[in-house]
Design a binder for this molecule. Structure first.
Ligand SMILES: Nc1ncnc2[nH]cnc12
Ligand SMILES: [Zn+2]
Length: 338
């Protein structure tokens, strides 16, 4: 432990797991246009520059509108493999050693893409990354909370045939007005089949949604969870029950959940004993991959070496990797020297 400032290189080299990453949110404008040309899809933007210029969001919904429109270029197994391949390389260059990838099957099957093509394409790239640079990963099937529960049930039925790749279920998309309680039955079925449970809650939605995710969905991790800071009893409970939060600082700023990073509750949650991790959410849209979220936090909030190391350790401990893999990764964190 030194008091030397944490350099960009040190934070990018810090071995970490990424636990909050939507694979569709890694679609960079350049690849979107490549795939659009290849697949004969017309995007409602004239150029890469015009698309990138739209990345100025007022809130979650204004982002989601663009995110769902742009993913229309993803049609084949090869497209999903290429998308994932590019993410894994970038993430690996920023210290990510293990990644649990959210995917939104309902957003693809609704466009006529086969569920298995999505899973197999992402899986192809995961296998390649493990062979080529020893990175590991798995899939978390996310239900779109603003779609009917029956559609989530269908997605789960398809997902239960692919537990070779899928290790858990999650809940994403527009939060306010779609409380976790709606999905209690779907989650019960997923958990009974042996899947892990996580859920977005407390990003734009109130602390009560975090409680519902814990009490009704039995979520093992809360994705975002930042609005928990408004409820001291909930903060105490998260700390007491050792519930990890997968926090995404740059996302929170870009979607105006926390308009100024200097006001972000990450370090206050950590100081209260909550297990926090640092993740990128939708890095192609929010201006940074995992390591860049660490450097942004350092710049705005003043990250110490202890905090950085703790967040990296927590990301590994809170992952769904095997016990052996976790031990190997924790040893890598111990060997990290800024
Ligand atoms: N930050 C986010 N919140 C909810 N749903 C999402 N889908 C992709 N990114 C999301
Ligand atoms: Zn998210």
């Amino acid at each position: 432990m030194t008091d030397a400032p944490l350099t960009d290189d040190a934070l990018l080299a810090l071995p970490k797991a990424e636990l909050h990453l939507h694979i569709e949110g890694t679609l960079e404008p350049g690849l979107a246009f490549e795939l659009a040309a290849h697949n004969g899809v017309t995007l409602p933007y004239a150029s890469v520059e015009e698309l990138a210029a739209r990345y100025d969001f007022d809130d979650l919904q204004s982002f989601l509108d663009l995110y769902y429109a742009t993913m229309a270029v993803l049609l084949t197994r090869a497209d999903f493999a290429e998308l994932t391949r590019r993410y894994l390389r970038r993430a690996h260059a920023q210290g990510v050693r293990h990644a649990e990838l959210f995917f939104d099957p309902q957003a693809h099957t609704a466009r006529g893409v086969a569920f298995d093509d999505v899973v197999d394409g992402i899986g192809d790239a995961l296998d390649e990354a493990e062979r080529e640079f020893g990175m590991t990963g798995s899939l978390i099937l996310c239900f779109l909370r603003d779609q009917p529960v029956a559609s989530a049930e269908e997605a789960l039925t398809a997902g239960l045939k692919r537990t070779d790749r899928i290790v858990g279920v999650g809940l994403d998309s527009a939060e306010v007005g779609y409380p976790p309680s709606l999905f209690e039955g779907v989650y019960a079925r997923a958990r009974a089949a042996g899947l892990h449970a996580v859920a977005h809650a407390g990003e734009e939605g109130p602390p009560e949604y975090v409680r519902e995710a814990l009490d009704l969905l039995h979520a093992e991790r809360i994705d975002h969870g930042i609005r928990s800071i408004e409820d001291p009893e909930l903060v105490a409970r998260l700390a007491q029950e050792r519930i990890p939060l997968t926090v995404c600082p740059l996302s929170n700023v870009r979607l105006q959940a926390t308009p100024d990073l200097r006001d972000h509750p990450l370090l206050r949650l950590d100081a209260a004993g909550v297990r926090v991790t640092v993740n990128s959410d939708d890095p192609a849209y929010f201006g940074g991959y995992a390591g860049q979220n660490f450097t942004a936090v350092r710049d705005a909030l003043g990250l110490t070496e202890d905090q950085a190391r703790r967040f990296a350790r927590t990301s590994i401990e809170a992952s769904f990797a095997s016990t052996e893999r976790k031990a190997a990764l924790l040893a890598e964190v111990d060997a990290w020297r800024p």
